[in-house]
Design a protein around this ligand. Sequence first.
Ligand code: AMP
Length: 148
Amino acid sequence: MGLFSKSDSKSDYIIIVGCGRLGAYLADTLSDADKDVMIIDKEEASFNKLSNSFSGMTMVGDACEMFIRGQCNIKKATAVIAVTNMDNTNIMVAQIAREMYNISKVIARLYDPERECVYQEFDIKTICPVTMSTDAVCDMLYPGYKSI
Ligand code: AMP
């Protein structure tokens, strides 16, 4: 078995918010793993970043409005990944997914590491490129630097 189990593949319905460089790559990866993927972006042209093999759904619009209105079948989502370029949007979308729809797997990208505490309060997982990249660079410079 690879990274993803194929047995439960289509029972996963994953909503990705933001079809930028990260969102598109994630959507392609999860779609190739046979997951049911919905990707949202406010700019239709953003979907050009998806590969030809992408077999999921796309929806154009403002993700905050869509989530407030309960569109894109959010009730059925098993995971929501908020990766727009706006921390405030990611926070709002993630909070709605967690608090209103009780979705257990909610992940949000954060550009500002100082806002990580906001997410911890709401039990939302975060990825922060600033801290992850800093850790990776320091580890390349000084292997094992964290344990020093
Ligand atoms: P990137 O910076 O390459 O990760 O791209 C971020 C993506 O998020 C862009 O394609 C934006 O159009 C998209 N985006 C930003 N704000 C929103 C929003 N409120 N709703 C939907 N998509 C958004």
